[in-house]
Design a protein around this ligand. Structure first.
Ligand code: HCA
Ligand code: CU
Length: 392
């Protein structure tokens, strides 16, 4: 069910601001908010208005933009935080409190009963002030919290009948898809609320966990652009999109403007002073590059043989790398055709063997291969050599 009807809460302007390099100016926040809105995420989560005076003003400014995306802010389970948040004009408030024994001991010092009482007081108060606001209650470090205690908190909050959504947070990135599935499934069965999942990526499961949450009935997934956040961050927007696209291409294409992804990532990468990783989902520099001759042949016949994602849907193009020892004659032939060169299959096959032998001696570039192709097409097979004199 949720796999067809889910919402993305992009938290680049909250969790993402907790990335070590992030220091967004107001103008930058507005550009990020607008770009995310154009991409089509349904919600934007912004840093708490209690963080700083600028944070408060920025929430107001972004809310006033009148974007399609709903604007949320993220606060502690405090009445004063809630009062300031409600004054900003946001569409929703995300309330969080830690429930793991570590957070209870080392952070806020409250018992489970005190957490339940405080949550009841704050959430009921918010609902009384703002009958139409979207209200979410989440537990920090849900997956290291004692299960019975955790459920006691969630069930008490659900019974209040004032929140729209319960959040689950893998704060330190240790949950597995099976654990996520179990907790989300339990909340799905026992409560009437929508369910959100927020997952850190410390052990590399953030995207798989988000997908497991959706399979188990979660309705909302937190992401950030490039996955930026505390430490090494959370579920990356592009990674979640890749995952959902491979699950349901048509629906993902309809829901989001996929061709905007790369520009959005480049913009945020520049703002926070990082590069897009080479192996990034969709936009990494080698994401649509094919190398081995066997792959290249199949790609030339039918790209879907080795591509689960169609680069064109993301405004990108595929690339076949041919200047190496793993190359194959089909790929070399395709390059000859691109260059409008007339070579017989026998010539291309012989040249391919030559390229392999050369590549065993040194790294080749596409220019080297293009030169060989041109020379062979002109009947100068033996004249050229991209190798320095005396080599090969
Ligand atoms: C934080 C913690 C948080 C909250 C997630 C949530 C986490 O930095 O405030 O509100 O669901 O990872 O637990 O980001
Ligand atoms: Cu987090």
């Amino acid at each position: 069910m949720s796999l067809e009807h889910y919402y993305i809460i992009d938290s680049t302007l909250r969790e993402g601001e907790q990335f070590v390099n992030a220091q967004f100016s107001t103008a930058q926040k507005i550009r990020v908010a607008e770009a995310l809105d154009e991409f089509g995420v349904e919600y934007l989560e912004l840093t708490s208005p209690m963080a700083s005076p600028r944070s408060l003003e920025d929430i107001k400014a972004i809310t006033r933009l009148g974007l399609k995306a709903r604007i949320l802010t993220h606060i502690r389970c405090h009445k004063e935080d809630a009062r300031v948040a409600l004054d900003t004009g946001v569409h929703g408030v995300d309330v969080v409190i830690g429930t793991s024994s570590k957070l209870r001991q080392f952070s806020h010092g409250k018992s489970i009963d005190e957490i339940i009482d405080l949550a009841a007081e704050v959430l009921t108060w918010i609902r009384a002030q703002a009958p139409d606001i979207e209200l979410r209650f989440s537990t920090e470090d849900s997956f290291r919290s004692e299960e019975a205690e955790l459920l006691r908190v969630y069930l008490a909050v659900d019974r209040l009948g004032v929140v729209n959504r319960l959040g689950t947070a893998d704060t330190v990135g240790i949950a597995t898809p099976t654990q996520v599935s179990r907790l989300v499934g339990t909340l799905r069965r026992l409560t009437r609320c929508d369910i959100e999942f927020h997952g850190h990526n410390d052990s590399g499961c953030a995207i798989a966990n988000a997908f497991a949450a959706l399979e188990a009935g979660a309705t909302h997934i937190d992401t950030t652009v490039l996955g930026i956040g505390e430490r090494n961050g959370i579920t990356a927007l592009g990674g979640l999109i890749a995952r959902m696209y491979t699950y349901d291409r048509a629906a993902t294409r309809t829901k989001y403007r996929l061709s905007r992804l790369r520009a959005l990532e480049l913009m945020v990468a520049e703002m926070v002073g990082v590069d897009i990783p080479f192996n990034n989902y969709v936009t990494g520099f080698s994401a649509f590059t094919h190398k081995a001759g066997i792959h290249a042949k199949a790609i030339l016949n039918a790209p879907e043989t080795y591509e689960a994602l169609d680069p064109h849907d993301f405004g990108l193009t595929r690339y076949i790398s041919i200047a190496h020892r793993l190359t194959g004659w089909n790929a070399v032939k395709a390059r000859a055709e691109q260059l409008n060169l007339n070579l017989s299959d026998a010539q291309v096959k012989a040249l391919t063997q030559h390229i392999k032998a050369l590549a065993d001696e040194r790294a080749l570039t596409l220019d080297d291969v293009d030169l060989l192709l041109r020379n062979w097409a002109n009947g100068h097979e033996m004249m050229e050599s991209p190798l320095p004199a005396g080599v090969g």
